[in-house]
Design a protein around this ligand. Structure first.
Ligand code: ANZ
Ligand code: ZN
Length: 856
């Protein structure tokens, strides 16, 4: 049977490639390197279409680069720690390790069915002790560098189950996913990474990343949130302490009518008067149970109360009240602000509600200093009511005010970042244990390197209640201090799983090393990643943390580059046809597509007609297409071709069965072209045509080399796989229509089509390559170069117009001069017919296109 049968050839080639070791990472370093990386998956248990798209894109790039002569590293692994495994343990009693490894096994099989050119020898799973040993080792590197420290921070506390909850376990109403209890905020001593120490470099080095989408760089810059302003000190009446505030508007300091402390600020207790004490304590209690989001929400009223204490504005000597309010956050700036109601929107609202004075100190050019405001004036302007600064524009004023404060000794310029230190402690089981032992004599003691990894114990119980399973396991917690031998306790927090994924790309360069986290030679050879491909949802945290880790490890002398990811591609979503009932709302309105008859879509419950849209595939909408179904029906090559053809990689992709069929038909056409050529046999090639090529041969050769040029350029910088595939279709049409099927040019065309197809549809390409009589894999072929001379057309079509009206067309030599073109046109049949006996007043020639005769 010579029909295209994807199921049999795909399996055959996957086995052959694996046996042959086609995807092994080369070890000799003569060729230039190329590191192609997909964001590694969480082992949820099944692959979805978004994964297929992500890995297909990276795979095409990896295969292409190999053919272009690079040695390629294209690895895969598992981001395998995290909450779902622990929830499965709580709900169904399956141990997290068992659940996770089963899922990995299942997904690895699914991935292998995609025929990706992954080197499975570098596979890592972050939950395996060989991996988290080094995660712990890296933690200790941070600790030794002074970049890991402990401090108190608020956690979500479930008062019924007596346990800490992750943010994902708290619903929109602030209730626990399991007990339904109203979640409280509780202070716990927890571990942090000092990412703020790298804020400036993380911001500046975004300029070293021209290969990243602007949008992602902007998101990172905003997250880091650099602002330049001033630190100003307000003395407290009757005390020696001062209140330091951070402001971006020192030019408004003459308009301060009160100072506000965050309720958690240590000075709150000191400045509160006895009369206000009870009220302040009650307010503090209330606010600490609110999340940051609730506290800063724009639409919520700003709440606060006076402490009874007073401060002095150092610029005016004026006494002003000290308040506490929920909208001032303890973790940002100094945790205290100067209130300027006339020029800050939040302060304006607050002053109106609390009846505090509003004093105008900035007016627009020509504005009235005494006018009363209906809202804060937040624009720049001219300083008024500001003593010696009156009349200055506010931009110059900012500098002048800071200079003055500096001279007087009560302030200075300050740069502030919105970025906070990274809270890495999790009160959970399924993560890498923090390798610290708490000793009553020595304090926090690192677990010695030779005792790593600190393994997760297996004899634990998962109840979802009463704290972390690790903390409850006495036999694991109690150990002697490594330094002095006194009975001590292990740290029972595990690390945020973002830590695991902040260095996996480094480990891939030396995945099986048991002696070192990675060999410097290997990591410095392969890194940085040349092309990283993944979802936009990781645009901020994962990428920022990975950049941070790279810089810290560089400063520890473990590697020698500044940035981990040279180029970044954020692929779009895969969307499915989605049915909904417009008369229903919320989650109820979605009707899973398997319950719908496409010709007449109706709500199975009510019979009402449904509407349809394209929306990101998800379980909740029931609009997903299972990769295994598509593969079973058409084969993975068709699935790949469809995904690549339907939309450019960064754009959303609408799943469309008809277009999948279209790609299947295209591969069938290629199959037929090649097998028919093989059937006729190469002996049919007319060997006399060694000398001059015929016109048909020249035309075909041109089509071949245009295809090489266009496909190469489309995939090179912008990864326009969709247009590359269009070019392949054009070439296959040209071959199909060719009138010189017995020529060696045609043979070259067939061969080129198969080679160019290889990165996109790797299985069919290798099968056809072998049918053509080759013994090597097509994936070891060199990517073809186009011949510029082949692109030049010998003849072009010249359109003949008479008085602007097209009357016909002729073939002319491509290089003909204007004079010659006119001659050819006049002598042609069309020319003779229309110009006979007429007076030509003017001839207009558009070289390469047309000639127009204007008659008298
Ligand atoms: C006085 C002032 C007057 C302010 C004015 C603004 C406008 P960014 O740009 O985000 O850094 N602020 C400072 N620390 C705060 C905290 N811990 N919680 C809440 N708000 C805080 O914002 C800096 C501005 O945010 C600061 O400048 C301060 O208000 C406020 F016409 O000071 B400003
Ligand atoms: Zn000790």
């Amino acid at each position: 049977d010579s029909r295209y049968n994807p199921a049999s050839i795909e399996e055959k080639w996957q086995t052959t490639w694996a046996e042959f070791g086609l995807d092994h990472t080369p070890t000799d370093t003569k060729q230039p390197k190329y590191y192609a990386l997909s964001m590694f998956p969480y082992p949820s248990g099944s692959l979805h279409m978004g994964h297929v798209r992500n890995y297909t894109i990276t795979d095409v790039i990896a295969r292409l680069k190999r053919m272009q002569g690079y040695r390629v590293l294209h690895p895969m692994g598992w981001d395998a720690f995290g909450l779902p495994a622990e929830n499965a343990a709580i709900d169904r009693g399956v141990p997290p390790a068992k659940w996770t490894y089963q899922n990995i096994e299942q997904m690895r099989q699914q991935l292998k069915r995609l025929g990706l050119s992954i080197d499975w020898n570098c596979e890592v799973a972050t939950c395996s002790p060989d991996y988290y040993k080094w995660t712990q080792w890296i933690f200790l590197q941070f600790y030794q560098a002074g970049l890991a420290y402990q401090k108190e921070a608020a956690v979500n506390w479930d008062p019924i189950d007596q346990t800490v909850l992750a943010n994902e376990q708290v619903d929109n109403e602030g209730r626990s996913w399991r007990s339904g209890a109203k979640v409280e905020r509780k202070l716990l001593r927890q571990w942090f990474f000092k990412i703020t120490e790298y804020a400036e470099e993380l911001l500046n080095d975004l300029d070293k990343l021209p290969g990243w989408p602007e949008r992602v760089k902007l998101m990172q810059a905003n997250w880091i949130g650099k602002s330049t302003g001033a630190y100003l000190e307000f003395p407290i009446v009757g005390r020696s302490e001062k209140i330091g505030v951070y402001t971006t508007r020192p030019d408004t300091v003459y308009g301060v009518s009160y100072v506000v402390l965050a309720p958690e600020h240590p000075l709150t207790k000191l400045v509160t008067t006895p009369k206000q004490q009870a009220a302040v304590e009650a307010f503090v209690e209330e606010v600490t149970n609110e999340s940051e989001l609730e506290r800063t929400a724009e639409d919520k009223p700003k709440r606060g109360i006076p402490t009874g204490g007073k401060a002095i504005n150092p610029f005016t000597g004026e006494e002003i009240p000290i308040w506490i309010a929920d909208y001032v956050l303890y973790e940002y700036g100094t945790g205290a602000v100067m209130g300027v109601p006339a020029h800050d929107a939040r302060d304006f609202k607050f002053a109106k509600e609390q009846n505090l004075p509003i004093k105008v100190v900035i007016v627009p050019e020509g504005g009235d200093a005494d006018a009363s405001l209906t809202e804060a004036y937040t624009e720049p302007g001219i300083m008024v009511n500001s003593s010696q600064f009156d009349g200055m524009n506010s931009t110059d004023g900012k500098k002048a005010v800071v200079e003055y404060a500096e001279k007087q000794g009560f302030g200075k310029e300050r740069v502030q970042y919105r970025l906070r230190d990274w809270l890495i402690s999790r009160q959970r089981y399924w993560g890498a244990p923090i390798p610290i032992i708490h000793c009553p004599n020595c304090g926090a003691v690192p677990v010695p390197d030779e005792d790593l990894p600190v393994k997760l114990p297996e004899d634990v119980e998962f109840t979802g209640r009463g704290g972390s399973p690790l903390a409850n396991l006495e036999s694991w917690v109690n150990v002697p201090c490594p330094t002095c031998g006194t009975p001590a306790k292990r740290e029972t927090d595990t690390m945020d799983t973002f830590i695991d994924s902040s260095w996996y790309f480094l480990r891939f360069t030396d995945a099986k090393n048991e002696q070192q986290v990675f060999e410097p030679g290997k990591v410095n050879d392969w890194m940085p990643v040349d092309q990283y491909v993944g979802g936009i949802e990781h645009a901020i945290l994962h990428l920022l943390y990975s950049r941070f880790f790279t810089k810290v490890l560089r400063d520890r002398g473990l590697l020698n580059f500044d940035e981990p990811f040279q180029r970044l591609l954020t692929q779009g979503m895969v969307q499915g046809l989605t049915y909904f009932n417009p008369n229903k709302s919320g989650k109820d309105k979605w009707v899973p597509s398997h319950l719908v008859a496409p010709a007449n879509p109706r709500d199975p419950q009510t019979g009402e007609p449904l509407e349809r849209i394209y929306a990101t595939m998800s379980k909740s909408k029931g609009n997903g297409v299972a990769p295994e179904d598509v593969i079973a029906k058409y084969g993975v090559d068709t699935a790949r071709m469809f995904i690549l053809f339907k939309a450019p990689p960064e754009k959303d992709l609408e799943w469309d069965e008809a277009d999948v069929e279209g790609q299947f038909r295209f591969l069938n056409r290629v199959w037929r072209l090649v097998t028919e050529f093989v059937a006729v046999g190469s002996q049919a090639i007319n060997s006399d045509s060694k000398g001059e090529l015929t016109k048909a041969e020249k035309d075909l050769r041109r089509a071949i080399h245009i295809a090489i040029k266009e496909v190469s350029e489309d995939v090179e910088d912008e990864y326009q796989f969709n247009t590359a595939i269009s070019e392949l279709m054009k070439l296959s049409n040209a071959l199909n229509d060719a009138t010189c099927k017995d020529s060696s040019v045609y043979a070259e065309g067939i061969r080129t089509l198969v080679v160019l197809l290889a990165p996109f549809a790797p299985h069919i390409a290798d099968e056809l390559w072998h049918l053509l009589g080759n013994t090597n894999s097509v994936h070891t072929e060199t990517w073809p170069q186009y011949d510029p001379s082949a692109l030049v057309a010998d003849e072009i079509t010249l359109v003949i117009q008479i008085m602007g009206k097209t009357r016909g067309a002729i073939q002319v030599p491509a290089q003909a001069s204007k004079v010659d073109l006119e001659k050819y046109a006049r002598e042609s049949e069309v020319g003779q017919r229309y110009l006979e006996g007429k007076e030509v007043k003017k001839v207009i020639v558009v070289p390469g296109k047309l000639i127009n005769f204007v008659l008298g």
